[in-house]
Ligand binder design. Sequence first.
Ligand code: SAM
Length: 289
Amino acid sequence: MSKLTDISYVKNILAKHGFTFSKALGQNFLINPSVCPKMAAMCGGSENIGVIEIGPGAGVLTSELAKISYKVVAVELDKRLLPVLEETLSEHDNIKVINGDAMRLDFKKLIAEEFDNGEVVICANLPYYITSPVIMRLLEEKLPVESLTVMVQKEAAERICAAPGTRESGAISAAVNYYAEPEMLFKVSAGSFLPAPKVDSEVIKLKILKKPPVKAADEKMFFRVVKAAFMQRRKTAANSLSAGLGMPKAEINALLEKSGISLSARAENLTMQDFAEIADLLSERKDST
Ligand code: SAM
């Protein structure tokens, strides 16, 4: 078992470096000894497949990732953690810690430079304040990665992994389902973290699809439609689309009727194919004007 899941060991190292937890940076470190080995084993890293970690914290997950993969590159925003990581990860020679912001870093360049464009997976206990933007950024950039295995708050996991056409679905799940096959892996209780957050977490895996499950002529239009449809989720999709796209209701109704979509449907009732059809009709309309 890693020393890093021994709460007093970690507390001592953090205290020695004068470290105090930052709520703003979503710093809840894992202290449950069974979680990191399980997460590492399920992320897909191996002797041929590298791992990128976002937010190594004190390095508890990082050291498990270094046991299953030939190379781990960990990106940490908080400079105060660099000397901590130097100490906690000193026994591994296959880890590189980079001081950077996961919202800005050029991941394509990192994959080319650090992994020679070889196979890579992403594995992280994500800071909760950027869960959705980070996931969306990693997906939208179409990075050459096989999968993202991430720990997120339970409610976020449910929203992200929701199947299209279900009550929990939203703009984020539609986008996730466009790029990946989402899967809930396992629950992690709030007591597994230091300090303990108010809510439980869930580890999810997004397996990147080779091609999207639906074909939209204009991908940008597809995402405009998805965003607009879910903008006012308590209203009908027709009303929400009309407001979100700035188009007369009569025109939206005509588009929906042409696609065989009920005028009383809400965005949560629409399938990926429905969104693609609306987007294609809008693109055709744009091209003919
Ligand atoms: N991996 C550690 C663990 O499981 O115990 C720490 C996870 S903690 C939930 C999130 C980590 O992400 C913190 O170390 C925090 O400093 C770091 N972080 C926050 N914002 C970040 C960003 N924009 N880019 C990279 N790391 C970030």
